[in-house]
Design a protein. Sequence first.
Length: 342
Amino acid sequence: MTSSSHRALPRALAFALVLGAASLPGASALAQARAPTAQELETARTLYKEGKELRARGDLRGALEKLQAAHALGNTPVTGIELARTYVLVGQIVEAREVCLYIARMSIAGDETEKSVEARNEAATLAEELRPRIPTLRVTIEGLPADETAHLSIDGVSIPDAALTEPQKVDPGKHAVVIRVGEGPSAREARGEKMVTEGQAGEVILTVPPRPVVVVAPVVPVTPQPQPSRTGPLLVKLGFGTAIAGAAVGVLAGVTAMTKASQLPGECPYNKECVVSSTGAGDLSTARTWATASNVAFAVAGVGAVVGLVGLWRSRSTTATVEGASLSPWIGVGAAGLDGRF
């Protein structure tokens, strides 16, 4: 850069576009909100010189990074044309042409140097030379349902849906193409690659995969489990406990009555009928009392057994799984039990 170009730069428009930022792979124009400062201009000169030296040594990628940074800071036709030349050398001719077109749109300073004028003229010529060299890539989508929309990306860059079927201008080389269709569980994608050369047109045909079959599991109704009877276990314990106790008392009372009765034949000669004044009268009365107690105890045991069976039936009726099964208690004269049907 010359000292005269240095003087011309601050007079550039405040909204001039900045191209080739190091963070971007291409040469998209970015708006510069202000004129470059003296520090930025000095840094741009250094980067410009380093970039040309790297390019001369064959380090094209390193040169591209330096010149991108130099043009982002200096934003002159001189930095722009060197950036465009380097883009061409690395095969990014789309970016190179965009930089050339941008240089032609830059405002002309009143004291612009001859070097800047030459850069403008070279940029215009290079832009026309590059235009027919840019290849075209068309993506054809097959099997796309009418109720779905495909979304296209080339080399990871999303293409607007409105331009989905239009030929896309790309750099020479291999390109990765992806289409995505559907949302959620029905989302799917198709991928492809295509190698294109300068000035040629290529096509990628991608077929949309069919919608996945979503299997809906049948809803099995949950049968509520019957609540166990709360009174059943209590009746079982109370009934059978009473039955056992009654039976035990009945057996003891019966044995006592039989023991007393076995002593009567010698003491009461009249067929176990004793005279009141006889010594066996007391034993006979005791035997009869124990016999009565035995009968009552066995009766209580029988009632307890019935209560226990009822409690058992109530407990089991809530968990019975055999259809048609039934169980019912019965009580008769001197007997009790259960009737079952299975």
